[in-house]
Design a binder for this molecule. Structure first.
Ligand SMILES: *Cc1c(COP(=O)(O)O)cnc(C)c1O
Length: 365
């Protein structure tokens, strides 16, 4: 029997993680897969996720500190640090822990040039093909490439990567332009054998086969969340890996015209039943979710009523005559896509799952 719980629970479905990785593999069949487990595996728990992704060819994280947590737990596979390193100590740690690192700036090349001891580091040179975040402009790539190709501190071959700014847009042409820019930069290297390359995030794994190359880097899709604007995971055969629930702590009847919650921004249109569930913005439920945002009570859809508070939300139970105190309310996951909740709240599924607070209990099944 489950222990008594008076707050929210995020249930993580390991089989869904493995299944979603299978979808990514099938969609990019000729490519190797780096499963992105940054930000505690998008809120799902990095260690559990790393183990559920045993069939991936490697993992990727944003920061060295995240990679070290995985190494300390005995995870001995390829781990790419997407943010690279910004000082010599970080580089030494990357080398000592046999991590792969992104090189996106000239000072990193200089740090590698002045490193003369220790094992060579595998590096992924990031080309800025149009996002204008991290990366070298294509015109600077040949010089960087030639420098890195001759350093004893760098494992050969040097890998290449880039990242898309707008791959989540269903009919966008921006991704095609970024791919063309990358190919031009690649051709400009005049390499006898083209180096291994990685371009695709989840959206490009699903929608831009020309971007698949030697390695793909899916993140959000592995958690059963659709990357495309307006998309749904089920359209791609993906299954939500996180289901977030919270118990109803009170069910009551209020009179027509009663204002509910802070600011009284919602008033009962009729005498009606109202539920209070033990989750709020301090748990990561979005404070800006408006009245009408969907939740599930006993498998039926119900709607948020009034403002989200720190520890509680109020729910219009007019469609749920059976609901009783103690019943679980589903905020997102099985039966209620996080994409839909995110759209209602003016954000993206990525933000909702990565922002769960420390009061949310995680259970892995
Ligand atoms: C986060 C990230 C990814 C994964 O993106 P998704 O949209 O979650 O698939 C891939 N590459 C880089 C550089 C990233 O920062």
């Amino acid at each position: 029997m489950d222990a008594f719980r008076d707050g929210p629970v995020a249930r993580i479905d390991r089989r869904a993680l493995a299944l979603n990785l299978g979808v990514a593999r099938a969609r990019a069949a000729g490519s190797r897969v780096l499963a992105v487990v940054k930000a505690d595996a998008y809120g799902h728990g990095a260690l559990w996720a790393a183990r559920a992704f045993a069939a991936a060819d490697g993992l990727a994280v944003a920061r060295t500190s995240e990679a070290l947590v995985l190494r300390r737990a005995g995870i001995d596979r390829t781990i790419l640090v997407l943010g690279g390193f910004s000082d010599r100590e970080a580089l030494a740690q990357i080398a000592a822990e046999r991590l792969d690192a992104v090189v996106h700036a000239h000072q990193q090349v200089e740090m590698l040039r002045s490193r003369h001891e220790g094992a060579p580091v595998r590096v992924w040179v990031k080309v800025d093909t149009g996002m204008h975040r991290l990366g070298f402009p294509p015109a600077e790539l040949p010089a960087v490439w030639n420098a890195l190709a001759h350093l004893s501190s760098v494992a050969q071959p040097v890998h290449l990567m880039s990242h898309f700014a707008r791959a989540d847009e269903p009919d966008g042409t921006a991704t095609a332009r970024q791919i063309a820019c990358f190919d031009e930069a690649l051709a400009g290297l005049g390499a006898s054998a083209p180096p291994p390359a990685s371009l695709a995030n989840s959206a490009a794994v699903l929608e831009a086969p020309a971007a698949h190359r030697e390695w793909v880097r899916p993140g959000v899709m592995l958690y059963g969340i659709a990357p495309m604007v307006g998309g749904r995971a089920a359209d791609h055969g993906l299954r939500p890996a996180m289901t977030l629930t919270a118990p109803l702590v009170a069910v009551k009847t209020i009179e027509a015209g009663s204002p509910v919650g802070y600011g009284g921004v919602w008033t009962a249109p009729a005498r009606m039943r109202l539920g209070l569930a033990a989750i709020g913005y301090a748990d990561g439920y979005p404070r800006h979710a408006p009245s009408g945002t969907p939740v599930l009570v006993g498998g039926r859809r119900a709607a948020l009523a009034g403002r989200v508070s720190m520890d509680l939300i109020a729910i219009d139970l007019r469609g749920c005559p059976e609901a009783r105190a103690g019943d679980p309310v589903t905020l997102w996951g099985d039966g209620l896509p996080v994409e839909e909740v995110a759209e209602a709240a003016g954000t993206i599924g990525y933000e909702l799952v990565t922002r769960l607070g420390p009061r949310v209990e995680r259970i892995v099944r």
